[in-house]
Design a protein around this ligand. Structure first.
Ligand code: DAH
Length: 335
């Protein structure tokens, strides 16, 4: 047992000379001096030794215990002082960890670009709430309850008279309610419809546009939209206005642009027609002016609404709309 005690002492002291951390020192201390530790074990076994050996070994065991207690106390003190120093344990020569930098989502980038183009044309950028009343989303846009055109939009209802807005058009009503002409505004934002497939997501983005003043004509609408398309895509893209119907405009049109991918030749993206539909537009229906108290003998205006996802997909060559909402950073980082 003498040799054993000397070995424990020697090994522990040698280990303490190496560069142990606080936790390692504590673990070694438990191993030697803990209740089930090596020295403690020896001390307990002294009583089982022959009578004549007991005092000597007992003394030795107590001495080893004292020496180790002192050594552990000192080592713990030194080590905690060292670990408390600023910069302790940090290897300043290691290369830094790269920071994951965010990027602006492609939809938001396109929204900002659209806003920039219209700002330069004197349009203000205004917003409205995503949760809308039936009145702003439908009624004041000349879509009374039971109007068949309401079926065009699969609405998320929150209650009988509260909906998730199905388009950004309520922003034009809110604007006209608050202000008198002249008005030139666009309203970018989210819209919601019960719809989900390769080209529809239940939440999507639109930009609404409105210009009201004396003598605003369909020619102004064509001019503004042409400038917009030329700035967004390129100066040589042609536009096409097709007659259509919206309850809030009369006359109404759907606007196509020459397919930006095949330049009108016909390809998969334009379903071999050479044209891409990008927005709905028209002259504000006098019935809408009535709701907001404008004099439709004095004022005329145009309005339009376009989907932002469509424009982002065309600009960036994205084929599946759902990619935009999967939050895959590897995908989003490309834009
Ligand atoms: N609100 C229409 C939709 O979501 C788009 C639209 C068409 C907006 C014509 C307009 C407009 O302001 O004049 O389908």
């Amino acid at each position: 047992m003498k040799a054993e005690l000397e070995k424990i002492e020697k090994e522990a002291l040698e280990l303490l000379k190496t560069d142990l951390g606080l936790d390692e020192i504590k673990a070694l201390q438990v191993k030697c001096l803990g209740r089930k530790g090596l020295v403690t074990g020896c001390l307990r076994n002294v009583s089982s030794l022959p009578q004549e050996e007991r005092p000597k070994i007992g003394q030795l065991a107590n001495k080893v215990k004292k020496v180790l207690e002192g050594a552990f106390k000192k080592a713990l003190k030194e080590c905690s002082a060292k670990e408390a120093r600023p910069g302790a344990g940090i290897d300043v020569t290691l290369p830094g960890r790269p920071l994951l930098r965010g990027t602006i989502h492609p939809i938001i980038q396109i929204m900002q670009e659209i806003s920039d183009v219209f700002s330069r044309l004197g349009f203000e950028v205004l917003e409205g709430p995503d949760i809308e009343s039936d009145y702003y989303n439908f009624e004041a846009l000349n879509l009374p309850k039971d109007h068949p055109a309401r079926d065009m939009q699969d609405t998320f209802y929150i209650s009988e008279n509260v909906v998730l807005r199905t388009h950004t058009s309520p922003i034009q009503i809110r604007t006209m309610e608050k202000r008198q002409p002249p008005i030139r505004m666009i309203g970018p934002g989210k819209a919601y419809r019960v719809d989900s497939d390769i080209s529809h997501t239940p939440m999507f983005h639109q930009v609404e546009g409105l210009m009201v003043d004396e003598n605003v004509s369909f020619g102004d609408l064509k001019g503004i939209l042409t400038i917009f398309v030329h700035q967004m895509f390129d100066e040589t893209i042609s536009l096409r206005f097709r007659p259509s119907f919206f309850p809030f405009t009369e006359p109404s049109a759907e606007v196509d642009i020459e397919c930006v991918l095949c330049r009108g030749k016909g390809c998969r993206v334009c379903s071999h027609t050479g044209w891409l539909e990008i927005l709905g537009a028209g002259m504000v229906d006098p019935a809408v002016f009535k709701y907001v108290g404008y004099d439709s003998d004095r004022y005329t205006g145009f309005a339009f609404g376009m989907g932002i996802e469509r424009i982002a997909m065309l600009r960036y060559g994205i084929e599946d709309i759902r990619r935009l909402y999967e939050n895959d950073i590897r995908f989003l980082h490309q834009f």
